[in-house]
Design a protein around this ligand. Structure first.
Ligand code: NIG
Ligand code: FE
Length: 410
């Protein structure tokens, strides 16, 4: 029940000092404590200090190592069937994401495969993926639906997600993304599908509490701003919190919609405009950038430096999905955030912890090492936090602690 982490070289807290996130240049500071131990009691951080542990307490010796908060991944599409490596290869030959999608590939290809797979199998595959995330230090994961695109199959994915949430060691936050693409049955009746999402799916999902958030892919060839507005307003009316995929393929006004509607996060933002950056920086909406996507799509990354200079709250996420990110690793995502998006090591670490928790509305209990918070921590075999994103491929995670329990990996 009680565990003391002793002798760590440093405890990197990522604490926002009572605030729900770090904004703009506040992200420069990660909060490094030396010569302190951490006492965990009943899954929570009970004390941080020099002399905290009593004799009957279990001990974890972290000599020569550092301790950081467990990673929070606030944007994944983790439940899907099949893979799309051929698209990755096509893009290497010059094809674009939009061209592939317009030909019926992309999301719709994964929809076909996911519709054909029973829930139990989808769940088993997702479960193995979550184990991988955990071994990479991700202790909290958001999971979106969005590869069903009809009532029955969206429900199947959301039920699989809820079963995983019930059983998994990782904490799971579920998002309904019925508006990920227009399904083939409604190719010539967009309004009909939007009615189906707003009048059938959202009310059902909300009533059965199958998801906490609703998201929309607001972009060229997917849902326009007024369609996204209708869907997100309906979600809010039914008590769901909202997120949006905005400005990924084009500058489309999705961020303005997000700030106006009070979205918890606006995600992607590769093409965010200067005006949108300014309004995002004045809002409570977290900007979630997804560094893997620009690499997978061979396009430009979100202008993250400018976002930070405009006082935005920036988080990072893997966006794990078969089309634009087969990256199940927040540490590698930090590396990408530094090399592609121009973030500093401090910004990337805050973006992967406290601000990522804020993007899910749970930073009051997760995302930093502070007394009273849930004991989700990583013991890392390094002397300094800058080592974490420095080595692209090496996993230096020595121990993953979730809810006060030290996890065992096969
Ligand atoms: O976040 N942008 C929309 N959704 C995913 C891609 C999904 C897919 O291609 O299967 C994304 O990049
Ligand atoms: Fe996404």
């Amino acid at each position: 029940m009680r565990l003391a982490i002793r002798n760590a070289e440093a405890i990197v807290t990522c604490a926002a000092n009572g605030r729900p996130y770090k904004r703009g240049h506040e992200m420069d500071e990660v909060g490094v404590l030396h010569d302190v131990n951490v006492l965990i009691d009943n899954g929570k951080i009970a004390a941080i200090g020099r002399n905290i542990a009593d004799a009957d307490c279990d001990s974890l010796d972290a000599s020569g190592k550092i301790v950081i908060p467990g990673f929070v991944d606030p944007h994944t599409h983790l439940i899907f069937a099949g893979t799309r490596e051929h698209e990755f290869a096509l893009r290497a030959n010059g094809a674009t994401y939009e061209e592939i999608a317009a030909r019926g590939g992309g999301i719709l290809e994964t929809v076909r495969a996911t519709r054909d797979m029973p829930k139990s199998k989808l769940r088993a595959i997702a479960d193995r993926r979550i184990d991988k995330f955990l071994s990479n230090g991700t202790t909290t994961i958001e999971i979106k639906s969005g590869y069903g695109l009809d009532f029955k199959n969206e429900l199947k994915i959301l039920e699989a997600a809820n079963e995983l949430k019930e059983d998994s060691v990782a904490e799971i936050v579920i998002t309904f993304l019925g508006a990920h693409a227009i399904p083939p049955e409604f190719k010539n009746d967009r309004a009909g599908y939007i009615r189906c999402v707003t009048e059938e799916m959202i009310p059902y999902v909300a009533r059965r509490k199958l998801a906490e958030f609703c998201d929309v892919f607001c972009d060229n060839g997917f849902f326009n701003v007024s369609e996204a507005e209708r869907i997100l307003k309906s979600a809010k009316d039914h008590g769901l919190k909202i997120k949006i995929h905005a400005d990924e393929l084009s500058a489309n006004g999705g961020v303005t919609l997000a700030t106006e509607l009070g979205a918890v996060s606006a995600d992607h933002l590769e093409n965010i405009s200067r005006e949108e950056m300014k309004s995002l920086g004045k809002s409570e909406t977290v900007g979630v950038v997804l560094p893997a996507v620009a690499a997978y799509l061979r396009t430009k990354p979100a202008p993250t430096r400018e976002m930070i200079d405009n006082n935005c709250v920036v988080a990072i996420a893997t966006d794990f999905n078969p089309g634009t990110s087969m990256i199940d690793n927040m540490r590698a995502t930090m590396w990408l955030a530094i090399t592609l998006n121009g973030m500093t090591a401090e910004e990337a670490l805050n973006a992967a912890t406290i601000n990522a928790a804020a993007a899910l509305g749970i930073s009051d209990r997760l995302g930093s090492i502070e007394v009273g918070k849930q004991a989700d921590m990583l013991v890392i075999d390094a002397h300094d936090y800058s080592y974490i994103p420095y080595h692209f491929t090496e996993n230096r995670i020595h121990r993953v602690i979730k809810n006060g329990t030290v996890l065992e990996f096969p």
